[in-house]
Ligand binder design. Structure first.
Ligand code: 13P
Length: 280
């Protein structure tokens, strides 16, 4: 069933866990992720970032994500990730996304606050939730920009929460998008301070490559949503390669099945690490 992300994050707060937010690019990934969620009875979030709309146009993938969430046997929120323009954020809200992110992390804090408030006002009209980001998570969602990590200042998080009342806040604690060159060293001191000073559910971007131990520690320290993108894309590609290598692909529909399987396996792995199985 299609649900609001706010509800999933409130449940995660009570249950002391973080919900997996899986990036998807096509129908096969949507089907694979939902299959894992249903099998494990896990609440999940399906998301797509604005930079990915070049390959997966919003007017096509958006309704598909919403329809799949509605038909799912478990709670599924549909989220617009790293929204950059009001135009696309509005389009996602009209399609029925139950949450949107406004990424103003590159803006001065005052401007980030002002823009986030505008997005919240619009999202409210659709009953949707809003995520924002302060500090800079490294890299960009599609790897096209080499954005340096700029860790969140706890005092900025306090001000941001007070002035915007945003539903979820992405913070930068040494995490980055894409595959890490070496195991990331997350700044738990910053996370602990932000968690101590704020009540807003926190979001961890750049989930690919973070260790299971760090995921769990984050989810016990205020992180209630964890974004996974690269791991899904990599796993789907590997699944297709392996199926070709094993001679399992004899025609188009075998290729399609291998894609669904890759997305399913990746979602399953993460749901089990996050401990969100049997939470639906
Ligand atoms: P990864 O690609 O590192 O998993 O990051 C995903 C993400 O944060 C999407 O917003």
């Amino acid at each position: 069933m299609l649900v609001n992300m706010k509800q999933l994050l409130a449940d995660a707060e009570k249950g002391n866990y973080a919900v997996g937010s899986f990036s998807v690019a096509n129908m096969e990934m949507v089907l694979g992720v939902i299959k894992a969620a249903e099998e494990l009875r896990a609440p999940i979030i399906l998301q797509i970032a604005e930079v990915r709309l070049k390959q997966s146009p919003l007017h096509v993938i958006g309704p598909l994500m919403v329809a799949a969430a509605r038909a799912a046997k478990v709670p599924v929120a549909v989220h617009f990730d790293h929204g950059k323009t009001m135009e696309k954020i509005s389009e996602a809200l009209k399609i029925g996304f139950t949450s949107v992110m406004f990424d103003g992390s590159h803006l001065p804090l005052d401007e980030n606050i002002a823009m986030t408030k505008k997005v919240i006002a619009e999202a409210l009209q659709h009953g949707a939730a809003v995520e924002a980001e302060i500090g800079c998570v490294g890299g960009s969602e599609d790897g096209s920009e080499d954005i340096a990590i700029n860790c969140t200042r706890p005092e900025d998080a306090v001000r941001f929460e007070k002035e915007t009342g945003v539903d979820a806040l992405a913070i930068a604690i040494g995490n980055a998008h894409g595959n890490y060159k070496s195991t990331p060293k997350l700044r738990f001191d910053i996370l602990e301070e932000v968690d101590r000073l704020t009540q807003t559910p926190l979001v961890l971007h750049g989930g690919t490559g973070i260790t299971p131990e760090d995921f769990i520690r984050c989810s016990h320290t205020g992180i209630k949503k964890i974004n996974i993108a690269t791991a899904t894309f990599d796993r789907v590609e590997q699944s297709v390669r392996a199926a070709y290598r094993d001679g399992a692909i004899q025609g188009y529909y075998d290729l399609q099945a291998a894609e669904v399987e890759g997305a399913y396996q990746n979602a399953k792995t993460h749901i089990l690490i996050f401990g969100t199985d049997n939470k639906a």
